[in-house]
Ligand binder design. Structure first.
Ligand code: G4P
Length: 290
């Protein structure tokens, strides 16, 4: 599995964040509610030292609701202000400004005591590509801001987006990927489609996802692929080997055959992952707080 991600681009992003940090009152991380740990960048703690830190658990519509509640509690216990959101429908976005003001209450009071009660609060928004940053910012701002590119090598402009008269949001000036040293982080980012084919080929990824589903949501797997029963996992069977047998069973269930009657496991894997990413397999959170 690939572990080094656009190191030059990451270094540039770190520099940009450090440069803009002194202009902001808080740094907001937008995380994918399905994979809150894997969609975090471990360097953010160090990069944003001392700044108040709201966390948005976005894509809550795609995550298991009780798992999201556990994650919210987990981050709150660490002192973060947490907002559960679904930027696509706009749920949660309306509470953002108040959450930030609550987090900065002491600072705002100090400003007011100095006669600066109208001071604009500025928040930098960070998050991995495709987590919903633009959509969330647009929802909070109640307007349509053109989406900036976030492919490696194409830097976002880092524009300020006004929210009413007292809040401004700064879109991420670049990309900050999580660390991929841990194989699970890479797999989870690939399951959700945050990284597409860079980590593993679709079929192998599909094997890992099948093995996860068989353990975490066997009933849903049976229903989606018309399987009366799931094959048992062998005592010493490796994850990919077991996942491949599941892919074969699922492909057979759906009738994905190629010439000669062989099962098209590659197509099955692609459809399986597409269905998870588009929400057709329901709300699933592959990782829980420890
Ligand atoms: P980014 O700035 O972090 O890169 O992400 P962006 O807002 O561009 O969102 C990426 C995709 O994710 C968009 O879909 C967006 O609609 C979708 N999205 C954002 N937030 C949520 C959410 O909370 N729930 C769900 N289900 N989807 C979300 P797209 O396919 O690129 O465009 P479109 O389908 O909206 O046209």
């Amino acid at each position: 599995m690939n572990v080094q991600w656009y190191p030059g681009h990451m270094a540039k992003t770190r520099r940009l964040i450090s440069e803009r940090l002194r202009q902001v009152d808080a740094v907001c991380e937008i995380l994918d509610a399905r994979i809150p740990a894997s969609s975090r960048n471990p360097d953010v703690n160090e990069l944003t030292a001392g700044k108040p830190r709201p966390i948005v658990l976005n894509r809550a519509d795609q995550a298991d609701a009780s798992a999201t509640a556990r994650w919210a509690e987990h981050f709150r216990a660490q002192g973060f202000a947490v907002l559960v959101a679904d930027a696509k429908s706009g749920r949660g976005a309306g509470k953002f400004a108040a959450a930030v003001r609550g987090l900065l209450a002491d600072k705002l009071k100090a400003y007011a005591d100095k006669g600066q009660s109208g001071r604009v609060v500025r928040v930098m928004v960070l998050g991995i590509p495709n987590v919903g940053k633009s959509t969330f910012i647009n929802r909070v701002a109640g307007r349509n801001v053109a989406k900036a590119e976030d492919r490696p090598g194409v830097t976002r402009s880092g524009q300020w987006v006004p929210v009413g008269k007292s809040l401004e949001l700064l879109d991420t000036p670049g990309i900050l990927w999580p660390k991929f040293e841990d194989e699970t982080v890479g797999l989870h980012l690939a399951f959700t489609g945050a990284v597409k084919d860079e980590i593993l080929d679709t079929e192998t990824l599909g094997c890992h996802f099948m093995a996860y589903l068989a353990e975490a949501a066997p009933e849903r797997l049976k229903e989606a692929y018309k399987l009366p029963a799931l094959p048992e996992r062998g005592a010493s069977e490796d994850t990919v080997a077991y996942g491949f047998r599941l892919l074969q069973a699922a492909g057979r269930g759906r009738g994905f055959l190629i010439s000669g009657g062989e099962i098209d496991t590659e197509r099955t894997a692609k459809i399986l992952l597409d269905e998870y990413r588009s929400g057709k397999l329901g709300r699933l959170t592959p990782e829980l707080p420890e």
